[in-house]
Every structure is written in structure tokens, then in C-alpha cells.
Write a protein that binds this ligand. Structure first.
Ligand SMILES: Cc1cc2nc3c(=O)[nH]c(=O)nc-3n(C[C@H](O)[C@H](O)[C@H](O)COP(=O)(O)OP(=O)(O)OC[C@H]3O[C@@H](n4cnc5c(N)ncnc54)[C@H](O)[C@@H]3O)c2cc1C
Length: 523
């Protein structure tokens, strides 16, 4: 995946693309993989970086959704469990089996959660991850040593899928490119264009690095702009009514010692009636999430103080050692592009299902969905977009299509495990140049070799691309990531041919971003 080559292919294309995909999140990249694998000519334009939107800010679960079970949404749970198994088959280097403990403090809880999670396992059928079972107080404490002891009666253990969202996205982008798709990041769609008959026939895309404007013609256009989908719809029809109710969710990241052991914890009911997870992730603990309805969708959402306090209060009820603001290594927020409810329901009650609508002739917009079901959503969207664009009908191939990197499955504790079969080449880079083998900061295992790899093969163009999404340094320890920024900027400048002024500007802007990923002192 080399950006210059991708842009050259855009410039050189004489005939219209079969499909133009707007947005490089799970939905858009999933569409690009599916469409390219069917043999359609696909161009994907992402206005910032792949995964800059919601798709790098999730809870990182490939799951049926225990809370959807509680809502009685069996259709979504069953479909998600099926997709969970498919994704583990196709991307075993990125989707792991994780055991979860649901602690029980009231007498009825063990039986209640035991029955519910038994049903969850039964719905997964033969392709389940592991059977659930009721455990004693002693076993609960041995699995999660940091659990609050007072009143603990035991719990229920069940299994679900865990992944690294931005890494899966990058590997899907590479998969799409391997199938023939052209993908360009830092390239917003600024206008939709129309033919003489008034039908949408393409778009104006800008290369943010040079300012060049590209006129792109396409038989069909897929709007996969997630929370920004309505803004894209309004490029076609300024009067288009809102189709979604955006809702923010945050996560806080702590040292691993706050949980201990290797089980995740599911808090079955927070004070606002939701579930909350605390999950081991890349040697840390990831805790979240919240559900806060918002009006305007910001480009860079920030955790609200009330959300941070809610997560901390909930953890304090369930953990022996209550974490405080000063224990937060990183904090991040994401926006759910939820389907707009017909009634005034709370956003936590709105279905995570998706809708695909065709408007203004040839604009196919996907709204809603979740990471777990991205493949099924993409399959449905491509079938619909191909019909709208008048393309020859072809069957989807993604149920059995392997995701880039699938050939090597390393121990999940290995920092390079998320690279799958690319890990060997990254180790070779570190071997060739000893300075690239050293961690860039004592708090994290991220090395210069990963940054060079990201620039050469994964289209990382900025310090943020490299530290937020190709590696997860920003989301694991924001201060450590800020400390790495000068070295990362120098490495990228060497790879991309940038000057000292670029390095300085990159460091300044990344440090400002890193500050927004901390939570500040006690309120
Ligand atoms: C807090 C939280 C936790 C979640 N946890 C989970 C979970 O554990 N498991 C799960 O299955 N799902 C989870 N989800 C849901 C899942 O993350 C989302 O459904 C999914 O990431 C949405 O992907 P998307 O591609 O539709 O949107 P996005 O990832 O937001 O992608 C849209 C992209 O479009 C780009 N774009 C916008 N306008 C333009 C333009 N004009 N030109 C070009 N590009 C443009 C944006 O830059 C963005 O990158 C969670 C969501 C949130 C918010």
C-alpha cells in the first residue's frame, strides 16, 4: 500500500470506477474488500486516516453483545455470533478468545447470569468460543485478583472475542488493496458531481498533502462516512433530514495491575443501567463505555468529565483498589452512528442494527451497525450498490476470504502478534538497523521498526497515524506517546522525504492531541 502509487492510479484511470466508497472506517473498508473481491473496480477515499473515526475507538470486542441479549434482540445476537466465528477463522492473528467474569454480589445473580450466559453460548452453537460456567468466590478471586472482596459470592465466566480495531482495519485495507482496490487516506470527498441528467456520477476528492483536486467518476457511490454520513448525504441534498442519533462512548486505560489475571470483567449494571467492561488489552486495562447523546458530531471527540467520573465510580465499586484520575494512562471517545429512533428512546436502547438507503439516484448510504457485523453489512451494501449502479451481479466472497496477515498466529502477549505474518519482516527490519529494535519509550514496547514498517507498507503519513492507529501508543499511554513523537517524526521524515519544519509541526500538533487524551487532575 503506497499512497503515491494509489494516487497515480486515480489520475491514470480513464473510465469511471465501478464504485467510489466515501469513508475508511470498518464499514467503508469492509465494502472495499467485498467489492474488490467480486472483481469490481473500487476507489475508497478517506478524508483523514483509515480508522480516524469511530472504528479505532471501540471497546475492541467481536461479540454477540450480552446487552443486546438483555434487550431481547436475538436476531442481532445470533447474526453477530455467526460473524464472530467467521472473523476468527479469517483473521485468527487479530481476534482472540477472551474469558470474562461477571462478578456476583447478590444471591440471585449467579443463577440469573448463569442462565443468560448459558443461552448466549447456546445461540453461538458449534462455533462458540467456550462454554460459560458458574464459579465460586475463590475461583472468581483467582481469575481476577483485584476484584472487590466484600460481599463477593462468586460469578459466571463466559467467552467472547477481543481484537485490536485499528490493526484489523489496516489489515482489511491491505486486503482490499491485494484484491485490486485503490485506497487513499488524507483525501476528503468535497463535492458530489452529477451527469447531464442530474444523476450522481462521481465526486471531487482533494489530496490534502498537495492540495491537488481530483475529479473522480463512478457508476455508484457508497456513503460509509459513519457519524458524518448525514454531512455526506447533504452534499447530494442539502435538505436531507437527519438519519442518526449520534451517541458518545468513552474508554479509560489503566495499568494492568488494576485488574490482575487475564480475565476481563463485565459489570452487569452501571448506575445508568448499562454494562461496563474492564478488559486486559496490550498489557493495560481498557475500561468503558458510556452512552451520551450528542448534537453536533466533532472531528475529535473528547471524554466529558461526567463520563470519566462515571467510569471511575463504577470501577471503584467492583475493584479492591479504586483507580483515580491520576491513574488514567489514556482516555478516548468515539461516536456511535446510531440509527435515529422513531420515538424518543434513550440512545442506549436504540438498536445497533444498520440501514442501507438509496437516495439522489445513485448514492447508497449505510447507517449504524457495529464492528462485529462489518462483513455482513458490507456484503449487503455491495449487492445493493451494484444493483443501483447497473453493475453485473456477482456473489460475495468474503465469508471465506482470509484477512491479510492470517498465516501466522503468535502468542497474543507478543507485542508483534497483531501483525500476523508481517511480524517476521518487522523483526528483520529491527535486525538490519539496531536503533529500530529499541522501544521508543520505556513505558511501551513500540519500536522504530514498527514506525518504519507503517510508513513503508501501511500508508502512515503523520505521527498521529503511526502512534494512534498503526501502533496503539496514544490509546495506551498518552504521555509516553507524546514522549515518542520527536523520534517518530524523524523516522517518518526520513521515510517520506519531509523537512525539519514538517518534523516540528508534527511534534507540536501531536503533543496537543496527546494532551486531549489525558483526563487532568481531580475535579
Ligand atoms: C464507544 C464505542 C464502543 C464500541 N464498541 C464496539 C465493540 O466493542 N464491538 C463492536 O462490534 N462495535 C463496537 N462499536 C461500534 C463500531 O465501532 C462502529 O459501528 C464502527 O466502527 C462504525 O464504523 P464506520 O466505518 O461506519 O464509521 P467510522 O469508523 O467513523 O468511519 C467513517 C469514516 O468516514 C470518514 N469520512 C467522513 N466524511 C468523509 C468525507 N467527506 N470524505 C472521505 N471520508 C470521510 C471519516 O474520517 C471516518 O474515518 C463501538 C462504538 C463506540 C462509539
Amino acid at each position: 500500500m503506497r499512497r503515491e502509487e494509489m494516487l497515480e492510479r486515480v489520475r491514470a484511470r480513464g473510465e469511471p470506477w465501478d464504485l467510489l466508497v466515501i469513508g475508511g472506517g470498518a464499514t467503508g473498508v469492509g465494502v472495499a474488500v467485498d467489492a474488490a473481491a467480486r472483481g469490481y473496480a473500487v476507489l475508497l477515499a478517506e478524508r483523514s486516516d483509515f480508522g480516524k473515526g469511530t472504528s479505532s475507538r471501540s471497546t475492541k470486542l467481536i461479540h454477540g453483545g450480552v446487552r443486546y441479549l438483555r434487550q431481547g434482540n436475538f436476531g442481532l445476537v445470533t447474526e453477530s455470533l455467526r460473524e464472530r466465528a467467521t472473523l476468527r477463522d479469517n483473521a485468527p492473528h487479530l481476534v482472540n478468545d477472551r474469558s470474562f467474569l461477571v462478578p456476583a454480589y447478590a444471591g440471585w445473580e449467579r443463577a440469573y447470569y448463569g442462565i443468560g450466559l448459558g443461552l448466549y453460548g447456546w445461540l453461538a452453537g458449534k462455533r462458540g468460543f467456550g462454554a460459560s460456567r458458574v464459579v465460586s468466590r475463590d475461583e472468581a478471586l483467582s481469575r481476577v485478583p483485584a476484584l472487590a472482596r466484600r460481599g463477593l459470592r462468586g460469578g459466571v465466566v463466559y467467552h467472547d472475542g477481543q481484537f485490536d480495531d485499528a490493526r484489523l482495519l489496516v489489515h482489511l485495507a491491505i486486503t482490499a488493496a491485494e484484491q485490486g482496490a485503490v485506497l487513499v487516506n488524507h483525501a476528503p470527498v468535497e463535492e458530489l458531481t452529477r451527469d447531464g441528467a442530474g444523476a450522481i456520477d462521481g465526486a471531487i476528492v482533494r489530496d490534502l498533502e498537495t492540495g491537488e483536486t481530483l475529479r473522480v467518476r463512478a457508476r455508484g457511490v457508497v456513503n460509509a462516512a459513519g457519524p458524518f454520513g448525514d454531512a455526506v448525504r447533504r452534499l447530494a441534498d442539502p435538505a436531507a433530514p437527519a438519519s442518526m442519533s449520534p451517541s458518545q462512548g468513552i474508554h479509560l486505560v489503566f495499568d494492568r495491575s488494576f485488574l490482575g489475571g487475564s480475565d476481563a470483567v463485565l459489570v452487569p449494571r452501571t448506575e445508568d443501567g448499562r454494562v461496563l467492561f474492564a478488559i486486559p488489552w496490550h498489557g493495560h486495562v481498557l475500561a468503558g463505555t458510556t452512552d451520551t447523546p450528542i448534537g453536533i458530531v466533532p472531528d475529535e471527540p473528547k471524554p466529558l468529565d461526567a463520563e470519566v467520573d462515571l467510569v471511575l465510580r463504577t470501577l471503584a465499586r467492583y475493584l479492591d483498589r479504586a483507580p483515580s484520575r491520576s491513574d488514567v494512562r489514556a482516555a478516548f471517545a468515539g461516536i456511535r452512528p446510531l440509527l435515529r429512533a422513531t420515538t424518543g428512546r434513550a440512545t442506549s436502547k436504540i438498536s445497533r442494527e444498520h440501514a442501507i438507503r438509496v437516495e439522489a439516484g445513485r448514492l447508497v448510504t449505510i447507517t449504524g451497525g457495529k464492528w462485529t457485523t462489518y462483513r455482513a453489512i458490507a456484503e449487503e451494501a455491495v449487492t445493493s450498490a451494484a444493483a443501483v449502479a447497473g453493475l453485473p451481479a456477482r456473489r460475495s466472497r468474503t465469508v471465506t476470504l482470509r484477512v491479510h496477515g492470517h498465516g501466522t498466529v503468535l502468542d497474543p502477549e507478543d507485542p508483534l502478534a497483531v501483525y500476523g505474518s508481517d511480524a517476521a519482516a518487522i523483526r528483520a527490519l529491527a535486525h538490519e538497523e539496531a536503533t529500530l529494535a529499541r522501544p521508543l519509550h520505556p513505558a511501551l514496547p513500540t519500536t522504530g521498526a514498527e514506525i518504519v514498517w507503517a510508513a513503508r507498507h501501511e500508508m502512515a503519513r503523520t505521527v498521529e497515524d503511526a502512534l494512534a492507529r498503526r501502533t496503539r501508543a496514544l490509546y495506551l499511554d498518552a504521555s509516553a506517546a507524546a514522549g515518542m513523537a520527536p523520534e517518530v517524526a524523524r523516522l517518518l521524515a526520513r521515510e517520506l522525504g519531509r523537512d525539519a519544519a514538517w518534523v516540528e509541526a508534527q511534534v507540536t500538533s501531536f503533543r496537543a492531541l496527546a494532551r486531549d487524551h489525558t483526563v487532568g487532575s481531580e475535579q
